[in-house]
Design a protein around this ligand. Structure first.
Ligand SMILES: [Zn+2]
Length: 480
């Protein structure tokens, strides 16, 4: 027995020393090594030059100086000289929808990736089951597209104008609706307000939060913004609703609207006439304390507001969108075309007032989530490119490039409690990365200078991405 134990110990010793010896001389096999690149540190608003990044599958296993290169033997070596690298973009408000447009919606998936958008939050439509299937296939790498977070069908009242909604008229129906969302395993709950009873709206927020979801939505015109916030609305979609907070007459005007004494347009005019940003600032501080975020989706409103100046009909990017999807753009174009000079002026004034609130949201400490509202119906608010437009317009209206970028790549994952895996180029984070030919902290437009992406463990250089785009354009040019 004693001999046996001794023999075992000797064997163990031999194995250990062999292993130690071999690790000194050998290198670790990895999938991707990026050499000499500028890492964009969005959180600290700075650049780390001459960095080496080691990637295994879709994980960053090391970031350091050139000296760490000798530790690794990579299948794919990328020369990052002169390039910048940051996490890929998160678009926190998109739509997949149009029940006859499933195939054209599916073609948006590679488009998002080619434009550097790796994660999208789908804020409801009428093709939820398809979206949930895509989400699953993308996660399994059977389908090429961005990681999807989806609300599934949103909650609304009876006879909602939007197809695909879960229509509820009372608490019993609310419970059934939430049960069905739980079965679908949706990522958050979205609520809108065209026919939903405002009291039931509040109850929906509370009930959905109780089940562990975050809840986002529009804000019914019949109650103050603070009412939704204090009842637990996780995020308000669209900055336009926040104009209400800039009025000291908010309670009065919401009451008039609740009593049916004024139209929506009259309410908007009353808010504009009493617009005061110092009042907004006070109320925003309270929203920040309540933990309510805002998804401004400012680019979509900008595009429709200024259709009289930029008609977008000749935009080159249209070649990447299916013809039937493009036809859904018409209703907003038509609606804008019906406005007379006074209507156009009102539109401009209303937009500029709400857009001016953007930096105040930030100053008040509200979490801003970058989202486009891109998809069907929302004219010229482009899937993929729209995210770059949104960031640029955030900067135009008063955020710094760093603040705009953070609202996408840091606040996006944080909304889904994924900050441990995303938000920076660092050891232990996911390698969902965007390579650029310019520093986006200096000029936000540099996010469009895409040099390559790393997605689900694979590197796609500019040529690969251009091929995805040109194939897409070819397929689409053959559709009617
Ligand atoms: Zn939307």
């Amino acid at each position: 027995m004693k001999h046996l134990l001794l023999a075992f110990t000797v064997t163990l010793f031999t194995i250990t020393s062999f292993a130690q010896k071999s690790s000194i001389n050998s290198t670790k096999n990895i999938d991707i090594l990026i050499k000499n690149i500028n890492v964009v540190d969005v959180e600290h608003n700075t650049i780390h030059e001459h960095q080496t990044i080691a990637i295994v599958k879709d994980n960053i296993i090391a970031v350091g100086n050139a000296a760490i290169q000798q530790k690794y033997k990579a299948t794919n070596i990328i020369n990052g000289t002169g390039k910048y690298i940051m996490p890929s973009l998160w678009d926190m408000h998109v739509h997949f929808g149009g029940d006859t447009l499933v195939a054209e919606n599916k073609m948006l998936l590679p488009l998002y990736i080619a434009m550097g958008v790796s994660h999208v939050r789908d804020c409801a439509g009428d093709i939820s089951l398809d979206v949930l299937n895509w989400k699953d296939s993308i996660n399994k790498q059977q389908l090429f597209g961005p990681t999807i977070f989806t609300s599934g069908p949103k909650l609304e009242g009876p006879k909602s104008i939007w197809p695909g909604d879960l229509e509820i008229a009372n608490e019993a129906e609310l419970k059934i609706a939430l049960d069905s969302l739980q079965k679908l395993k949706v990522d958050f709950v979205k609520i809108t307000d065209n026919t939903l009873d405002p009291e039931l709206f509040l109850k929906s927020i509370i009930a959905a939060r109780k089940r562990g979801w975050k809840v986002t939505g529009h804000a019914p015109a019949t109650m103050t913004i603070e009412t939704f916030s204090k009842n637990g609305l996780s995020a308000i979609e669209h900055i336009g609703y926040l104009s209400r907070s800039a009025s000291d007459k908010e309670e009065e005007i919401t009451k008039l609207k609740a009593d049916g004494k004024i139209s929506s347009k009259e309410a908007t005019a009353l808010y504009l006439n009493s617009f005061d940003s110092t009042i907004a600032m006070e109320k925003f501080k309270q929203l920040a304390l309540n933990g309510t975020a805002v998804v401004p989706t400012i680019n979509g409103s900008y595009v429709t507001t200024y259709l009289d100046i930029n008609d977008h009909k000749q935009d080159d990017y249209l070649k990447y969108l299916g013809p039937a999807l493009k036809r859904t753009y018409n209703w907003r174009v038509q609606r804008a075309a019906n406005d007379d000079a006074a209507g156009i002026q009102f539109r401009h004034k209303n937009f500029e007032a709400s857009a001016s609130l953007l930096p105040l949201l930030y100053k008040a400490g509200i979490t801003i989530l970058a989202g486009t509202d891109a998809g069907y119906l929302n004219s010229f608010n482009y899937p993929g490119k729209g995210m770059h437009d949104e960031l640029a317009i955030m900067v135009k209206y008063g955020l710094s490039p760093q603040q705009a970028l953070a609202s996408s790549i840091i606040n996006g994952p944080a909304f889904f409690n994924l900050s441990a895996q995303f938000g920076s180029v660092a050891k232990g984070k996911k390698a969902e990365l965007l390579l650029l030919n310019g520093n986006p902290l200096l000029a936000i437009q540099n996010t469009e200078k895409i040099a390559g992406i790393i997605r689900q463990g694979k590197y796609y250089d500019k040529k690969d991405l251009d091929l995805i785009l040109s194939n897409l354009a070819t397929v689409i040019s053959g559709l009617k």
